[in-house]
Design a protein around this ligand. Structure first.
Ligand code: NAD
Ligand code: WQD
Length: 344
């Protein structure tokens, strides 16, 4: 059984589908702080399989210990956390409290239960302001905001576990895959589950879809004077279904005889850079719907371009993205147009 923290959220719910489709039993723990139980109902509808859901906070040590006692967990995928960069600047303590303490409590419960297979949701944000592209996993790491710093600190904390295990037990049993996601977009092709920001979206794709559906007047394009193909920011967008499949591959690797040697980071992206205007134009063309936009000032903290070298994930996880920009924009719109107000 796979314990999925934050499994009701955007990436977690898509991952639950892929896990169930691959015949894993799934146990979700989620506080529902940023998600709806409806997402998990729809996961069950889509797959025709059931999962176990416990509403609770990963920072609750008693709860976490009981999960490892009560369920036959072999590995954990840890999505639970807060993820809004701007909010993290305003509320750094809230971000450190949730992201760091949840991971600490989770790892203590795992250590006590001797279940040491972990897939952690990291982010391309740990590369800070990239100096060289594409980004390989061994490039320098830095943080430009408290959210990114929380991911960086957690990566560092996890890196300390294998040596301690070896010291205590003569041999290390921790296997940790740090999955560094680039820019997740898209939705399940059924249109039943997708990204449902509770507030004004920070990210590009939900802003585009909410504009297209009439909830926002127009998209603000943050700057057109970057040194990129058309002056707008370039990112490595990855379809959330491909991303979810990457988690299954990582879990399979941890549970295989080969395994992972201690802690290993993997970039999950497509390797392709797409500009804001390329994304807007592709969305308009593939869905035959206009997205009104206006060029405004650069957003503070944004980098010009960011995209992945995905060789390691291809070689070691036997994973690569299969879906392109067309599926990303079509599936995002399929979800938003069928669910104009998300799960509400
Ligand atoms: P999300 O907010 O949709 O999902 C996170 C889930 O965790 C939510 O369901 C929320 O209710 C739950 N949660 C939060 N704190 C919790 C706690 N203490 N205990 C239990 N549940 C808790 O976010 P997402 O986009 O699915 O992101 C999942 C993970 O991936 C996060 O760790 C995020 O930082 C990381 N990530 C996301 C992106 C992205 O752009 N979406 C990119 C890189 C990394
Ligand atoms: C993409 C591009 C914007 C909104 C963030 C986090 C990162 C990771 C993914 C969690 C940029 C432009 C955006 C808008 C715009 N999350 N844009 N108008 O900034 O690459 O990454 O989400 O780990 O940590 O920082 O993603 O979707 O916000 O922006 O022009 O209304 O779209 O300037 O070029 P970003 P994004």
């Amino acid at each position: 059984m796979i314990l999925v923290t934050g499994g009701a959220g955007y990436i977690g719910s898509h991952t639950c589908i892929e896990l169930l489709n691959n015949n894993f039993d799934v146990l979700v723990v989620d506080s529902l702080d940023n998600s709806s139980p409806e997402a998990l109902k729809r996961v069950e509808e889509i797959t025709g399989k059931s999962l176990t859901f416990i509403e609770g906070d990963v920072r609750d040590a008693t709860l976490m210990a009981s999960l490892f006692k009560d369920y036959p967990i072999n590995a954990v995928i840890h999505f639970a956390g807060l993820k809004a960069v701007g909010e993290s600047v305003a509320e750094p303590l809230m971000y450190y409290n949730n992201n760091l303490i949840s991971t600490l409590i989770l790892c203590e419960a795992m250590k006590n239960a001797s279940i040491k297979n972990l897939v952690f949701s990291s982010s391309a944000t740990v590369y800070g302001d990239p100096q060289t592209l594409p980004l390989t996993e061994d490039m320098p790491l830095s943080a430009t905001n408290p959210y990114g710093r929380s991911k960086l600190i957690i990566e560092e904390m996890l890196r300390d576990l294998p040596a301690a295990d070896a010291l205590a037990n003569g041999d290390n049993n921790w296997q940790v895959a740090l999955l560094r996601y680039f820019n997740p977009v898209g939705a399940h092709p059924s249109g039943k589950i997708g990204e449902d920001p509770s507030d004004i979206p920070n990210n590009l794709m939900p802003f585009i879809t909410q504009t297209a559906v009439g909830r926002r007047k127009q998209l603000a394009v943050f700057g057109d004077d970057y040194d990129t193909i058309d002056g707008t920011g370039v990112r490595d967008y990855i379809h959330v279904v491909d991303l979810a499949k990457g988690h299954v591959k990582a879990v399979e690797k941890l549970l295989s005889a080969e395994g992972i040697d201690g802690v290993q980071a993997y970039n999950l992206g497509t390797g392709n850079g797409v500009s804001v205007l390329q994304m807007v134009n592709s969305f308009a063309k593939e869905n035959s719907i206009e997205v009104p936009y206006q060029i405004v000032e650069r957003r503070p903290g944004d980098v010009a371009a960011c995209y992945a070298d995905v060789t390691r994930a291809q070689k070691e996880l036997n994973w690569q993205a299969e879906l392109g920009l067309k599926e990303m924009v079509q599936d995002s719109w399929n979800w938003q147009s069928q669910n104009p107000r998300g799960y509400r």
